[in-house]
Design a protein around this ligand. Sequence first.
Ligand code: GLN
Length: 489
Amino acid sequence: MESSQLTSATATELIDLLEGETVSSVEITQAFIQRIQAVDQKVHAFLHLDEEDMIKQAKSSDERRSQGKSLTRLDGIPVGLKDVISAEGQPLTAASKILENYVSPYDATVTRKLKEAGAVIGGRLNLDEFAMGSSTENSAYGPTRNPWNLDCVPGGSSGGSSAAVAAREIPLSLGSDTGGSIRQPASLCGVVGMKPTYGMVSRYGLAAFASSLDQIGPFAQTVEDAALLLEIISGHDPLDSTSYPSHVPSYSRELKAPLEPCKLGLPQEFFGEGMDEEVRKSIDLVIEFYKSKGFEMVELSLPSTDLSIPVYYVIATAEASSNLARYDGIRYTSRSEKASNAIDVYAKSRGEGFGEEVKRRCILGAYALSSGYYDAYYLRAQKTRTLIRQDFDQAFEQVDAILTPTSPTPAFRFGEKSDNPISMYLSDIYTISTNLAGLPGISVPCGFSQSGLPIGMQLIGQALNESKLLSIAHVYDQEHNYGRKAPSL
Ligand code: GLN
């Protein structure tokens, strides 16, 4: 089989080939490594690739299979990791200079689960430094480019994870989403990306940005593949005190059950100013499609929506300033050579090691938490966060899921927003409230702009009901399959 046939296949198709003994995991893995070697100079999705280790893992998988001892369906399938997810013995930079020489001493829970499933862990994927950003322009190692147009950003912060899947450099990948960092890059790169309910996937071994918002989730070409990866990584973990003690259904199997048409909410606050015309047209077609399938559209209101960005930038920066205090020039990190006393070690190592956006957020967060300001900023933000959640609670009394665009515009050009933090922050306007409310959200490709850039729709579901959310998304995806289109590189 041609190597390009392997790299353009979905994970589900690759599994069929493996199960039919048409190809081996070594052949699949080699095909992806070749593809990375051929196109990643242009895309720059990868920060690190351990080819030898991947082939070794693939060989073990083939041996297991030949003995009839495959571990799960995912056995032998390559999965890339955003460079904030620990994998023992592999570097983890968080795209920051400060972690330039850091090697993870242990596996994140998601990595352990993938290994136990037999997946081939492949490559470290680029991002905005410490996952702060929406374009990967904040990576200390240079940006990732959008495979559909190399002059455009892939979105962020998980831009490497989305671009790698879009460029067919890897069939599946994991990212993290604190305010949209899985869904927005998925949308801008034309792939599926999902943020699970807060607590569904363990955060153990994830370099923390904002702990009350961070969730790890899958990228794939199709909803079906995303469901498969999600069921492997989900589940309670005693090592993460916020992980939810619930049973994980087989999402990929439940996807096959017929879905009764249900009710989708259209929040008026998401359909106002600022939405690109082409995005609006694509979403209108999505609405028409669901109606034609018997779904009912319900116009509703989420009145606190306009508060979500300010609330997020108080809470996320406050948590970040505390989480990032651990990078102190003593543990984990490189130490400034200019330091001559203890205070210097701390100040200079951080000053040299962190990029501008990370510094901005640490300062903003420390300010919001400082005495005298705590009540005015942090406490108020927390109270407002409750209002945002209550909006969703009320909406879900009427509907089964909420439908919105994922991003107000298709991919933008490099430099277009990087000088103006506020305009960059606004690119997450449709995704952030989902994190504040702890709900699951998925971005599914739903068309292309006239200039050939992907457009994505977002479906937001009820907490802990990823099954239904995936099924609703699958109804659309299986008939349109926009994520199966590949850019020419
Ligand atoms: N773009 C948002 C930010 O800069 C969200 C990032 C994320 O989800 N990690 O904070």
